[in-house]
Design a binder for this molecule. Structure first.
Ligand SMILES: *Cc1c(COP(=O)(O)O)cnc(C)c1O
Length: 488
């Protein structure tokens, strides 16, 4: 590698000096290990100063620069202002922390740089194996198919596209939506459904109105009677129900719909049963949670998000489909320039580009493959179980302070609460809690999330974090109480 090219005037994008480049890369690896191993010692989040913001407004570089100077720019302006989700006290939205094996996998994915659209090469086998492992985890049969995608949004989009095509009863790929079906096809989900599903239905030409949001019970699970009533009513008035989306782990409160009952309803009404398992599906790895997910294996399609509770570096999602043929029928399109051979690099029966929208695809599977091989499903399961226990630990802390209150039942690993000193209007409470949440961020104490449940603003703690300790929750509660007192 350190031999000079025979003709030094021949320009490529390779380093001019391989040894210098190697030394820089070694330094990056050392810095990266310090960065991850010392995450607790750094500020969880900080705003970017004006000179950093300014640095992002320069125009496109025209001349080469040395790689070390570029790295120094990164170290000065990018690295210190990260999102914070590696930190043990990050509980916002719903994200994972990453793993070292995930980093190594992503690194090697870029080094090998294969295209997972298709072809006969090992990366294809790695992705196949990861999908098979996901089927094993969820309890899907070997005959099921799947695809790694960017995340939950694409996984749900893929599942819903197959549902639409499988259930519309004609060749919708050729004809498009028939006028008599336009505005009539209906999908059912609870009012707690994640917004990406609506986006998917809009892009599938079904319109936002195709999503019938069904009211939830007091525990935020879908109300099954209301669901059945709505489906029957819609059939009666000439609409075309075709799919129910269940959510095992809702984004607001972690509520798990009754999957077996939903499967029964779908069977009785001949509907596609899709699951948005972005949060909860991977909790099948926790022996303590698994029973709450009974019925998951009865779905026609399941969306999983591996960059959430499996802690893979972004982006990493997965869709599983019970009927491989329907999956392929939705996406396969092979023009002559993609025609396959029976031997050589262009051989192989199933190319991943026949199972999704993307043709060129990165080697996403490697980080998952390496991480699962290194840690095993049981360790990942223990991380999930501990987060669920921590949610309940936080719940007991909240219950034990009279100025704190839970706003919703704790579902899986999500706790919604607020500071309430008594005697305040709802509006004042909302303003106060929003300010507490902002000050937790600005003082770099912790990054919980937030949501609004029945007009009450709440601090939402979503604990998909393999680094959080019980003391981190003690600290959160202590800080909320102090801030509440200070601000009220
Ligand atoms: C996060 C989430 C999504 C969207 O997944 P992305 O990976 O962000 O695209 C969908 N559904 C639920 C329940 C989620 O929590």
């Amino acid at each position: 590698m350190n031999e000079k090219t025979s003709d030094e005037s021949f320009e490529t994008l390779d380093p001019k000096d391989w040894e210098k480049s190697r030394a820089l890369m070694h330094q990056m690896v050392d810095d990266a290990f310090d960065y991850v191993s010392k995450v607790r010692d750094r500020k969880i989040w900080q705003d970017m100063p004006p000179e950093t913001l300014e640095s992002f407004t320069t125009s496109v570089p025209r001349q080469p620069n040395n790689a070390k100077a570029v790295y120094e720019d990164f170290v000065q302006h990018v690295l210190p202002y990260n999102m914070g989700n590696l930190h043990p006290r990050f509980w916002a939205w719903y994200m994972g922390n990453g793993t070292i094996s995930g980093i190594m996998g992503d690194f090697w994915a870029s080094v090998m740089n294969p295209n997972l659209g298709g072809g006969n090469h090992a990366a294809h086998k790695v992705e196949e194996q990861v999908i098979n492992w996901m089927k094993e985890i969820i309890g899907f049969p070997e005959t099921a198919s799947g695809l790694l995608v960017s995340g939950g949004s694409m996984a749900n989009f893929t599942g819903l596209a197959i549902a639409r095509n499988a259930k519309c009863g004609y060749d919708i790929r050729k004809e498009g939506l028939r006028p008599e079906d336009s505005g009539k096809m209906r999908v059912y989900a609870s009012s707690e459904i994640h917004s990406c599903n609506q986006k998917a239905l809009e892009l599938l030409g079904l319109g936002a109105d195709s999503l019938q949001k069904i009211p939830v019970n007091a525990d935020y699970t879908i109300n099954l009677e209301a669901l059945v009533t709505q489906i029957k009513k819609d059939w009666e008035i000439g609409l075309r129900p075709f799919c129910v989306i269940g959510t095992p782990g809702t984004v607001n409160t972690g509520a798990i719909d009754d999957l077996n009952r939903l499967a029964d309803i779908c069977e009785a009404e001949d509907l596609w049963f899709h699951l948005d398992g972005a949060i909860g599906a991977i909790a099948m790895l926790s022996p303590e949670v698994k029973s709450q997910l009974a019925g998951i294996e009865r779905a026609h399609s399941v969306a999983l998000d591996l960059h959430k509770w499996l802690h893979m570096p972004f982006e990493s999602g997965c869709v599983l489909v019970k009927d491989q043929k329907m999956h392929k029928d939705t996406f396969s399109l092979i023009p002559e320039y993609l025609a396959k051979n029976t031997r050589g690099i262009a051989s192989g029966d199933n190319w991943f580009s026949e199972y999704g929208l993307q043709l060129s695809r990165r080697f996403r599977a490697l980080k998952v493959w390496m991480s699962l091989k290194e840690h095993g499903t049981e360790r990942f399961g223990r991380m999930i179980t501990r987060n669920v226990e921590q949610a309940h630990y936080l719940g007991t802390l909240i219950d034990s302070h009279e100025n704190l209150e839970l706003i919703a039942p704790i579902g899986l690993d999500i706790v919604c609460f607020r500071y309430n000193p008594g005697g305040l209007t709802l509006e004042a409470l909302n303003v106060l809690n929003k300010e507490i949440k902002l000050q937790l961020e600005e003082r770099a104490i912790a990054l919980p999330g937030y949501t609004t449940l029945e007009n009450s603003y709440c601090i939402r703690v979503a604990i998909a974090n393999h680094r959080s300790t019980d003391e981190d929750f003690d600290e959160l509660v202590k800080s909320v109480l102090e801030l509440g007192k200070e601000l009220h």
